[in-house]
Design a protein around this ligand. Structure first.
Ligand code: FAD
Length: 460
């Protein structure tokens, strides 16, 4: 009988195991998780009435995979407040609201009149070469102009990847935008055409950018992790760091740090690329080399609980992002207590600042006190914080989010070829196929179905 060994108990590994159980009732499954808890980057801290996300903040409901999984597990989602549609970027040291309609765009100070004209000129820019793996920065400057790149696109890359847009691959990170340029020739023309098509089909209009409503759970993302943990009690091994894997006598062998060893018919690597590189080195130096090419920046998440009267700005919105050219000390700040109900006790705000990323790689050399000091000084300057916060927590991610750099898709292709040299060897983690939780859950579901049906077409 099949025995599937899943290395890594983050949301990818857990959802893969859950779907495998639905699609193949008879199979044995074991999930090895190095930590004492499962969930990986989905991890909620609850303290003194504050619900603080160390990592994943929520999912957009326009891609339904995570919410479908939640519904199947009986976990009820909560939608973000309407105010969270209001977003800000920093321009000339002040918060400027991002326009949410064409009319607001023309009156907004987010771009200068010249920057707006240049952006509108996008309509007349010919499409780039379809097969070119272009950086996000090169694409945005070519189509939208330098100013729109710096104030609209660069902060988006920080918000999702904590990345450097000069290195991120447009095709790998934002395939939909690449597809729209290829299909319609212009992003503005794509928006107009999609809205027309939606009106014809009597649907509300889709957009080229990330749409949907941000959604989470009453007790934070941990509610979903808890439900999966309970549903997979028999399959999960915690405090089980995998040191190495080997393929011998037609089976996969997993060696744990505590000396235990397990054997199985299928092996799924659901752990970060740098750890996958380490564990596969006993049987494939080639795969190990390929995995190690994927870079991860460090991120510090600083959660601040603040009495409302200490904050001048009412924090009516989702939060703010800092364009790199503004040289701020944080990537951005999320106004969590304005986004979701009950994230802070009555009379308090909960704000989380993200600091670090690909362009600030030494951030974790600082002490918690120094990191919190950076967040506090930015809130004083940008949102009028007066005095000290009432709760300060710093969460550290040494290697946070995998970067899909230019060349990523070619690398994934090579990895796929390398995997096919071994039977029943798979990868299912956020370094292939999309970094968002929605992508992870969807890809896990797809892979589970392929494995259950015995299809050997792809190893992701
Ligand atoms: C700060 C931050 C904020 C984010 N916010 C969002 C958000 O708001 N929305 C969103 O969609 N996505 C967000 N993400 C992305 C999110 O991380 C992923 O979508 C998803 O949680 C990744 O899950 P995963 O299982 O693929 O990887 P991981 O969560 O990294 O899980 C990998 C697991 O492998 C385990 N492991 C590692 N080495 C070993 C070993 N040797 N043996 C056994 N186990 C091992 C780890 O302990 C971990 O549990 C955020 C990420 C970060 C870092």
């Amino acid at each position: 009988m099949a025995h599937v060994l899943i290395v890594g108990g983050g949301m990818s590994g857990l959802s893969l195991a859950w779907y495998l159980k639905q699609f193949q009732k008879g199979w044995d499954i074991t999930i090895f998780e190095a930590d004492e808890r499962v969930g990986g980057k989905a991890w909620t801290e609850r303290e003194d009435g504050f619900i603080m996300e160390r990592g994943v903040n929520g999912v957009l409901d326009n891609k339904p995979s995570t919410l479908e999984l939640a519904a199947a597990l009986g976990v009820t989602p909560i939608r973000s407040n309407d105010a969270s549609r209001i977003r800000f970027v920093v321009r000339n040291g002040r918060l400027v609201r991002l326009p949410d309609s064409p009319r607001a765009f023309f009156t907004s100070p987010v771009l200068s009149p010249w920057g707006k004209m240049r952006l509108m000129g996008e309509f007349f820019i010919p499409p780039g070469a379809e097969d070119k793996d272009e950086s996000l920065a090169a694409f945005a400057i070519r189509r939208l102009g330098d100013e729109a790149y710096r104030y609209l696109i660069d902060p988006m890359a920080s918000g999702i990847y904590a990345g450097n847009p000069e290195r991120l691959s447009l095709k790998a990170c934002f395939p939909r935008i690449h597809e729209l340029e290829t299909r319609y020739g212009s992003l503005i023309w794509a928006m107009i055409s999609l809205q027309k098509e939606a009106r014809k089909a009597k649907k509300t209009g889709p957009s080229a950018g990330p749409g949907g409503v941000l959604t989470s759970f009453t007790g934070g993302m941990e509610d979903l992790v808890d439900a999966l943990r309970k549903a997979l009690t028999e399959e999960i091994e915690v405090n089980a760091t995998v040191e190495g894997v080997e393929f011998t006598d037609g089976n996969w062998q997993v060696q744990l740090a505590d000396g235990r060893a397990f054997s199985g018919t299928h092996l799924v690597l659901s752990l970060p690329a740098f750890e996958a590189a380490r564990v596969v080195s006993p049987f494939s130096s080639r795969l190990s080399f390929l995995f190690s090419k994927i870079e991860y920046p460090p991120i510090a998440v600083c959660a601040l609980g603040i009495k409302r009267e200490k904050m001048e700005n009412p924090l009516n919105g989702f939060g703010f992002l800092c364009p790199f050219c503004e040289s701020r000390k944080v990537l951005g700040g999320l106004w969590d207590s304005s986004v979701f109900e009950h994230r802070a006790p009555s009379g308090y705000h909960l704000v989380r600042c993200l600091i670090g990323g690909m362009r600030n790689r030494h951030i974790l050399e600082k002490s918690d006190h120094e990191i919190a000091g950076l967040a506090i000084s930015e809130l004083k300057a940008l949102t009028g914080l007066k005095g000290a916060p009432d709760l300060v927590r710093v969460f550290r991610w040494q290697r946070a989010i995998p970067q899909y750099h230019v060349g990523h898709l070619a690398l994934v292709e090579e990895i796929g070829q390398g995997l096919r040299k071994f039977p029943n060897l798979f990868i299912r983690c956020n370094w292939i196929g999309g970094v968002s939780l929605n992508d992870c859950v969807l890809n896990s579901k797809i892979l589970a179905r392929k494995m259950a049906e015995g299809k050997d077409v792809s190893r992701f």
